[in-house]
Design a protein around this ligand. Structure first.
Ligand code: FES
Length: 164
């Protein structure tokens, strides 16, 4: 992580967020949540800036918190955030073929989380709390129950048409 030039992002927006939540290190998670809401991820420059603005923190501390919690992403997310549940119930009922169908439809290679056009990002989660609807996929907060490979391809095709 570089600390040379944390000015590549709009620091006035970050100042607004820090002011909104208070310049206290106990508010760091809330501040990071808001930053992620604004940018759809946690830009490195934002973490550096926050780490230098809040007393008792450092950029390394902010980075440590951001990487500890799974809710934070250090990479930009797509317009459509796809979460595929791979908890036990979903796994047993076929979440892996659904996941593979998504990767194939979006041309995502192994380890690639976001499509090159920035439209879709994909992640697996351990349980979405809707095991009775397994296998479950959530896209931008909308739950798609009892997914199959064919069904998710139809959903993606619809989003692809809407999103372009
Ligand atoms: S295991 Fe998938 S919702 Fe619980």
């Amino acid at each position: 992580m570089s600390v040379d030039n944390p000015q590549r992002i709009d620091t006035s927006k970050l100042d607004e967020i820090i002011k909104e939540y208070g310049c206290d290190k106990s508010n760091l998670i809330a501040i990071l949540q808001k930053v992620q809401e604004v940018y759809k991820y946690l830009p490195e420059d934002a973490m550096i800036y926050i780490g230098t603005k809040i007393e008792g923190l450092s950029p390394a501390t902010v980075y440590g918190v951001a990487t500890f919690y799974a809710q934070f992403s250090l990479e930009p997310k797509g317009k459509y955030e796809i979460k595929v549940c791979d908890g036990t119930a979903c796994h047993v009922r076929g979440s892996m073929p659904v996941l593979n169908a998504i990767k194939a439809r979006l041309n995502l290679t192994d380890g690639q989380m976001t499509t090159h056009d920035g439209m879709f990002s994909l992640e697996t989660v351990s349980c979405l709390g809707a095991c009775g609807l397994a296998p479950v996929v959530v896209i931008n907060g909308k739950v798609y129950p009892q997914m199959t490979s064919d069904a998710i391809r139809i959903v993606l095709d619809t989003l692809l048409k809407e999103g372009r």
